[in-house]
Design a protein around this ligand. Structure first.
Ligand SMILES: C[S@@+](CC[C@H](N)C(=O)[O-])C[C@H]1O[C@@H](n2cnc3c(N)ncnc32)[C@H](O)[C@@H]1O
Length: 371
């Protein structure tokens, strides 16, 4: 576990260790991989960096991630004729496999994914042609694969085009990526010239992958910390910008927004991605009699019920399923604006008409009185 040290005044980082372990219920499923399965060989890290810096490889990684997310025990040969998978966890489509099926580029690229430790290669399958012997399976590092679509989403989101104020809001300043996941946005924010990015997440496995990806990309100024957004290990006014993408719907809003208000410097800004009611409605509409779809249906219902409780009565129910307790809410401009105002934050922008709206917040210059 790394505590915040460079450029971020740390509150007691240890205090967050027992804080609310709210976890992503909408992500890629189980993320617990034995430490022995992690890519740690420097050559693999370097290969991973080379793959991530090439858009075509990122697209291929996105395709494979979608494939294995749908069928986690599958293997892939060189016959990649299946057109574009859709990642069920995102509204961003995964591109088609970018090379000709059975082409040498396909064989080489599968080998390179294997060399980076993202796939395992089984050369022992007796199938006839030498090309067909190169089957890849999900065994090693399969949970790294979701990092590829995240990169793809990041590019697809065109954040700088959509928010021209973003580079100016982070350049030369201290940034918190709250609930960083695989850290792809942390690296992106660092690339905009932030003086330092603190990438914080509660999930150790995700942080492990985030460190690996940041190393592969030779990211500078990104520091990782395990902690909860509900009890940030950061001093008052310790950051100038908070980026928080699809984390708030999963955690206690009052505590988290109180922390955001506390750690943002006066005049600081924040860009959050939230869940609109239609995000959960879409989950319900996709109902099909499969286990995964049933789970989505239940989460859709809980998200709507949680959001309504918050929106109408200011209550934040905590659900409990077999996997443990969790929050799940939607946000709407009115009740969210009032919540933000209670913590010295105002809403400058609210994206309309999308399942996952971006919201831009600003910390009032004067610290509000606390009684
Ligand atoms: C949907 S993912 C989003 C990840 C990343 N922000 C992105 O957009 O790629 C939600 C993330 O929030 C993290 N998370 C959930 N509850 C948290 C908490 N209380 N404190 C810190 N991180 C939390 C999860 O571990 C997960 O990585």
């Amino acid at each position: 576990m790394t505590d915040a040290t460079i450029g971020f005044q740390s509150r007691d980082a240890n205090q967050t260790r027992d804080a609310d372990p709210s976890r992503d219920r909408n992500g890629a499923g189980s993320l617990s991989t034995p430490a022995s399965d992690r890519v740690s060989d420097p050559a693999q890290v370097a290969e991973l960096g080379r793959l991530l810096s090439n858009v075509t490889f990122v697209q291929a990684g996105a395709w494979l991630a979608g494939f294995f997310r749908r069928d986690s025990h599958a293997s892939v040969g060189t016959d990649l004729a299946i057109p574009g998978y859709r990642d069920p966890c995102s509204d961003v489509p995964i591109p088609d496999w970018p090379w000709p099926e059975r082409g040498t580029q396909t064989i080489e690229s599968l080998d390179r994914f294997a060399a980076a430790g993202l796939l395992s290669v089984n050369r022992g399958v007796p199938t006839g042609s030498s090309a067909d012997l190169r089957f890849v399976q999900t065994a090693l590092g399969r949970e790294l694969l979701p990092a590829f679509p995240l990169f793809h989403y990041r590019n697809g989101e065109r954040l700088v085009e959509r928010f021209p104020a973003l580079p100016g809001a982070v350049r030369g300043l201290r940034v918190l990526d709250a609930g960083c996941g695989f850290g792809t946005y942390s690296v992106f924010l660092a690339s905009l010239g932030a003086a330092g990015v603190l990438a914080l997440d509660y999930d150790e496995d995700r942080l492990g992958r985030a460190r690996l990806i940041a190393a592969g990309l030779r990211a500078k100024c990104v520091e990782f910390a395990r902690g909860s957004v509900e009890a940030l290990p950061i001093a008052d006014g310790g950051v100038n910008f908070i980026f928080c993408r699809v984390v708030l719907p999963l955690v206690n809003h009052e505590r988290t927004m109180s922390e955001f208000g506390r750690v943002l410097s006066p005049g600081g800004q924040a860009l959050l991605m939230l869940h609109a009611p239609r995000y959960y409605l879409n989950m319900i509409k996709r109902l099909a009699p499969t286990r995964d779809r049933m789970r989505e249906f239940v989460y859709g219902l809980l998200g709507l019920a949680g959001g309504a409780a918050f929106d109408l009565f200011g209550r934040e129910p905590r659900w409990r399923l077999i996997s443990g307790p969790f929050h799940l809410l939607y946000e709407r401009a009115g009740s969210f604006g009032r919540l933000a105002a209670r913590h010295g934050l105002s809403v400058d922008f609210w994206q309309q008409g999308v399942p996952k709206p971006y919201v831009w917040l600003r910390r009032s210059p004067a610290v509000p009185a606390v009684f």
